[in-house]
Unconditional design. Structure first.
Length: 255
């Protein structure tokens, strides 16, 4: 089950999504706002109905690809597919901290964000106290580019790039230029083969972006690549240089 507070024009996105999903699974969706509820339904869920739903959108998805066996056979195990959904929900929650997201799988709540609009709170709710307590704020702007968000102190660096999250104009993307700029900024602070935790939101002029690099629209190309690299590198470097990042360790009995 996916729950989130979609409002206004976001409902159009939900409707477009439903037109596809309704054809490949048994799905129940309830959209409620100010006491008005719209319901989309396909298949039979017995008594699984939502009454008095709170403002927001709820999806109940059963038997994915039940009527398209050719696609169903390519699904991984339930645990693997659930992990992919969880990753997607994390990215959505980080890209829109003003929206409350809840992911329930087999009756267990896997993640739940408050939707209070504070990115650091969303990070805490998704990744826990250790990461949330070891963040440095990033804020920088030049003509045509702006970045806000958080980078992790070197103490919470990880062994892979899975914790490098960055969004351009609200969309989760992958970029070799941005990744290299971030990692180069960390070179003086981390050991080799360690990668930083980042959640960065970029606002850029759409005319400077080419999103047709990959069918998923997840990878993109910049018309001013060197300028983007320099901007990201300096913004992250400044955040890391803001404070002394070497952890202090007290030795018992030392005076």
């Amino acid at each position: 089950m996916l729950g989130s507070s979609f409002y206004g024009n976001k409902m159009r996105t939900v409707q477009n999504y439903l037109f596809y999903v309704l054809n490949v699974c048994r799905l129940f969706c309830a959209y409620s706002r100010r006491g008005l509820c719209k319901i989309y339904f396909r298949g039979s869920f017995g008594d699984e109905a939502i009454k008095g739903a709170k403002d927001g959108t709820t999806f109940l998805i059963h038997q994915m690809f039940y009527n398209t066996p050719a696609r169903r056979k390519f699904l991984k195990t339930a645990m693997t597919e659930a992990s992919h959904v969880n990753e997607l929900m994390i990215r959505l929650a980080l890209s829109h901290p003003e929206i409350s997201f809840k992911f329930v799988n087999n009756g267990q709540t896997k993640l739940h964000t408050s939707g209070n609009g504070r990115l650091k709170d969303a990070i805490y709710q998704l990744f826990g106290r250790e990461i949330a307590m070891n963040l440095e704020e990033v804020s920088a702007e030049i003509p045509g580019m702006k970045v806000t968000g958080y980078v992790g102190k070197p103490i919470i660096s990880r062994g892979n790039r899975n914790y490098e999250n960055y969004f351009i104009n609200g969309r989760y993307v992958k970029s070799n230029i941005i990744a290299k700029a971030i990692e180069d900024a960390y070179k003086d602070f981390t050991m080799q083969h360690k990668y930083p935790f980042t959640v960065l939101h970029f606002v850029m002029d759409g005319n400077d972006l080419d999103v047709n690099v990959h069918p998923t629209k997840m990878e993109l190309r910049f018309s001013r690549q060197q300028e983007v690299y320099n901007f990201v590198y300096q913004a992250v470097k400044n955040a890391l240089n803001e404070r002394e990042l070497i952890p202090q360790v007290e030795v018992p009995g030392a005076k």
